[in-house]
Write a protein that binds this ligand. Sequence first.
Ligand code: APR
Length: 332
Amino acid sequence: MRRAKISVIGAGNIGGECARSIAMKELGDVVLLDIPNKDKPELHMPKGKALDLACCGPVEKFDAKLTGTFDYSDIKDSDVIVVTAGVPRKPGQSRDDLVAINAGIVKNVAENIKKYAPNAIVIVVSNPLDAMVYVMWKVTGFPAHRIIGQAGALDVARYKTFLAFELGCSVEDIQGILLGGHGDDMVPLPRLTSVNGIPVSDLLPAEKIQACVDRAKVGGGEIVKLMGTSAWYAPSAGTIEMVEAIVRDKKRVIASAAYCESEFGISCPAGDGMFVGVPCVLGSRGVEKVITFNMNADEKKSMDESVSHVRDLIGITKKLLPELSAPGNATR
Ligand code: APR
């Protein structure tokens, strides 16, 4: 049986870390693709990273073929593709500030995925996430269950980390879920957060929980301020959690940006939905199911605000790329 073929588009900080984790977990063979450096044409970063990672194999004891390339034909017949191409945030920037540059980059990546890997499941990581997933869906025309955005896996991880700091317990024992867009108005859900089933509200005062929620919302920005660029270890870890669920058909329930038309009070015309963070069953078909549940009034209000923000961002993206407004052949 052949190993899964997993391509990573964008061999920068997140892409490189994703390639490393895929190899370490032996999830499949990796193709790492980037573009040439215009100022230094003698360099070949993806080939260099692939070679460096391959040499970890004897020490880390993994078997994986790692290929670095500038050539899209090398992603042919990929099973899963992770898209990290684009520019990251600098201090003072929001994710939305990246839309003008990254929309064009993701469009170009999507055209090549459509051409060379028409059966792939695509996980988009580039920001602003919810809009970039939409671009990927419209340009590839792939069925929506094969287009997924990585956001919730990371945002939930940050939320759990901050709770574990407060509780002084293992992060492994915290359960939680989160809804909405990958912006500062994401919707963590303390009502559904527990420590092995014990409601977190029984363990921490409301203001401490709220502080964790607030810190999770701006957790990305906190790191941008510290490092001068955006995070890569946790975004990569969240992405690999999704890749593993798909490649191993684990049916994991992971908050992901998935196609919605009417879920969680979202209201979109049939066939013209949007991608928003919701709990999804991830398996070998990609998003196998969106899990819905009843929200209370406060949660509904927060979700509506977050969805409205995603809608605005898609509107801006459609102005930048008018072709996205055409009906196209993208399907549910
Ligand atoms: N095709 C392929 N790769 C591209 C393209 C393109 N058209 N344009 C840019 N890239 C590559 C860059 O050359 C770079 O190596 O994408 C890579 C991005 O890597 P980094 O700059 O290190 O950024 P990173 O931190 O990995 O973040 C990537 O993910 O979370 C988001 O906000 C983040 O949008 C950013 C993306």
